[in-house]
Write a protein of this length. Structure first.
Length: 563
């Protein structure tokens, strides 16, 4: 799988900056907020920030944007670190937090007050909204905007000391309440929050706002290129305003790129948290979730995610990427890596009436059809077998080349069998096939070249390993659930089907997280959380074929046509 990136517009800017001598080296940062797990959209940012630094011999900081303590948790910090490492990136000794700079940020706020460029505002939250104006009407100056510098400094100091309650005062930058850019209408710099912080404890009761903390943290760390998604484009004038006024020793440059939006998913942390709280999914790492943890648990390999974002590309245009593109990257990554095994997901009993009772043979099966160097494994073969229900049809059409009454089929790596009798229960359901095998047709033997049109997989009933297999589908029924009036209305009620499967014995020894191909069925991986030695649990990673491509293209076209 080719992971060599093309030179997108960001890489071109960085190339030009290095060529011109503007920078001796590149310094980037990935600044997640620890208020949830990382998702597929973050993969683009991680690969971009760490990738451009690696490609140019630069460095990258992993900086936690921990400025909102009420929503942050150490669990999310640990999960984010694990996800970035799993994707293949290392920040070495450059793990930082916005809270590491709380002292410097407070000093910067004091400087703005002393310069007459910030003031303590005492409007209520409702009054602040009224004074702010709208997209078509300018805002109005707060009556507290012209407080004397000394009074502002005193109030800010008392805010810091904890004299006031939450929301009683806020520190705001003094910019332009008539600006057409809402972000420049005297934005908040500090708010009072009497909440313990997951990193600093109770050392602070006022916390900086994101825009203020982000631009200056970039400057403190010597970031050369601050790479953000497009929703921060309107924030860039404010980012630059802080740098223009405070003139830090180092000046970073903010550049925006489009978000990675994946079809049939949502990436809003608030909505994902709601799905968990309401019981629609089993946690942040549920394999149906678009989180990195969920995809890892499902069995997606890290190289597949890196390949996916490379193919999606870095652009300035928002786009909705088809799920089939991600799944194709997963198939390509697993196609060469995953060994083959046999499993029956919906078992139907086959009894070979002419096979001796109690006799067991061992069949040699290739571990990978395209790589003989991986050798073979032995698979037990006995009188009673399991096959897939879908591999038998009582009233079969002419081109059905699997098992049918009087028909023959080859069992993978074993014999040709013929269906002689169909056994049904009282309701008319097929519960057993009584078949005969041709002992002259064992695979690999001199007389095994008799041809039949169908080959199916099987598992010896006597030696089968019982397992729970989870078959995952899209979490939503429409390509862009964000356009629905209520995203709950487009949840897929069939996003998970659990079946009791029968596996060949070798699958009982598979390690947690390891992926294999169940022959003819798809790629599957041991569930890293729920699996036990006495109760194997497998997740379907992806099907063998892209059965969703045409459906997905038609759905996306219809959705775009109706918008």
């Amino acid at each position: 799988m080719n992971e060599t990136p093309t030179r997108d517009f960001i890489r071109q800017i960085i190339h030009d900056d290095l060529e011109s001598g503007k920078h001796d080296g590149i310094v980037t940062r990935f600044p997640p907020e620890p208020n949830g797990y990382l998702h597929i959209g973050h993969v683009m940012s991680i690969c971009l920030n760490f990738g451009v630094a690696e490609e140019t011999g630069g460095i990258t900081y992993l900086r936690f944007d921990d400025t909102n303590p009420g929503k942050e948790d150490k669990e999310f910090v640990d999960a984010i670190e694990a996800d970035v490492h799993w994707l293949g990136f290392d920040w070495q000794d450059r793990l930082t937090n916005a809270s590491d700079y709380f002292g410097q940020l407070y000093d910067a706020a004091v400087r703005l007050v002393e310069m007459g460029l910030a003031y303590v505002d005492s409007l209520t939250a409702e009054e602040t909204r009224e004074y702010r104006g709208t997209l078509t009407e300018p805002g109005r100056n707060s009556p507290y905007r012209d407080r004397p510098v000394e009074e502002n400094l005193d109030l800010l100091k008392r805010m810091r000391a904890g004299e006031f309650g939450d929301g009683e005062h806020v520190l705001r930058a003094k910019i332009d309440m008539a600006s057409p850019n809402m972000n420049l209408r005297d934005p908040a710099l500090y708010r009072i929050r009497h909440v313990s912080h997951q990193h600093t404890g109770d050392a602070w009761c006022i916390y900086p706002m994101y825009d203020f903390a982000h631009s200056l943290s970039d400057a403190f760390e010597g970031i050369t290129h601050s790479l953000c998604t497009l929703e921060f484009e309107d924030h860039r004038p404010l980012y630059d305003w802080f740098l223009d006024q405070l003139k830090p020793e180092h000046r970073p440059r903010q550049i925006e790129f489009s978000r990675l939006n994946l079809a049939y998913t949502i990436t809003s942390k608030r909505k994902l948290s709601e799905l968990i709280g309401e019981g629609h999914v089993a946690g942040w790492d549920d394999p149906r979730m678009p989180t990195i943890a969920g995809m890892r648990r499902r069995g997606y390999p890290a190289p597949a995610l890196r390949d996916f974002v490379r193919r999606a590309g870095v652009t300035k245009k928002d786009k909705l990427i088809e799920m089939s593109m991600l799944e194709n990257s997963v198939r390509e990554a697993l196609g060469d890596a995953a060994e083959r095994r046999m499993a029956v997901l919906k078992p139907l009993k086959v009894v070979l009436t002419n096979f001796p009772e109690g006799q067991v043979e061992t069949m040699d099966a290739m571990n990978h059809p395209n790589d003989p160097s991986r050798g073979t494994r032995t698979v037990p073969f006995s009188r009673e077998l399991w096959i897939e229900q879908d591999d038998f049809m009582e009233e079969a059409p002419r081109k059905f080349f699997r098992l049918k009454p009087g028909g023959e089929v080859r069992l993978r790596s074993a014999y040709i069998i013929q269906c002689d009798e169909v056994v049904k229960d009282d309701d008319g359901n097929v519960i057993e096939l009584r078949c005969s095998y041709d002992p002259e047709t064992r695979s690999g033997m001199p007389k095994s070249d008799r041809k039949v049109k169908g080959t199916i997989h099987w598992v010896s009933a006597e030696h089968a390993v019982d397992a729970q297999v989870r078959l995952y589908d899209r979490l939503f029924t429409v390509p862009n659930p964000n356009t629905a009036d209520d995203y709950h209305s487009v949840l897929n009620p069939d996003s998970l089907e659990t079946v009791a499967a029968k596996l060949e014995p070798a699958l009982g020894e598979l390690a947690a997280g390891e992926a294999v191909q169940f022959e003819r069925l798809g790629y599957f991986a041991i569930d890293s959380r729920d699996d036990r030695a006495d109760a194997r649990v497998f997740n379907r990673v992806v099907t063998l074929r892209d059965s969703w491509a045409k459906i997905e293209k038609a759905a996306m076209a219809a959705e775009q046509g109706g918008s």
